[in-house]
Design a binder for this molecule. Structure first.
Ligand code: MN
Length: 130
């Protein structure tokens, strides 16, 4: 199995460290961004296998970030999981309409989170089979 590379977009240091530690423990390679703008730059250059996207970020929010990733052919095919504490109905509706491939609520429950990451990566791998 190849080592998938995952971009973590999260402005909270503790949350970012937790997700990084969990993913690295499971053998994934990680990249990190603190803002949506930074995430777009890293995604264009590194083309990660998966992006974990916080919604509330300084500057552009996670939903706008995903809209921009989807509009760029270089990054439009990268799966994105929304990771957010947001329980606001309006936000959830925007997430559901925003082209995300999955949804993870915060605080994360580690086993459930890893299962979602693995399932999303497996689905993408499956799509690429001849
Ligand atoms: Mn945040």
């Amino acid at each position: 199995m190849t080592r998938a590379r995952i971009l973590i977009v999260e402005d909270n240091d503790k949350n970012r460290k937790l997700v990084r530690d969990v993913l690295q423990f499971k053998g994934y390679e990680t990249l990190e961004a603190v803002t949506g703008e930074e995430a777009i730059e890293i995604a264009r250059h590194a083309i990660p296998d998966l992006i974990l996207m916080d919604i509330h970020l300084p500057g552009i929010d996670g939903i706008t970030t995903v809209e921009r990733l989807r509009a760029d052919p270089a990054t439009s095919g990268i799966p994105v999981i929304a990771v957010t504490a947001s329980a606001m109905a309006e936000d959830r509706a925007r997430i559901d309409a925003g082209g995300f491939d999955g949804y993870q609520s915060k605080p994360i429950e580690v086993r459930e989170f890893i299962e979602l990451v693995e399932a999303t990566l497996a689905r993408v791998d499956g799509d690429e089979q001849p």
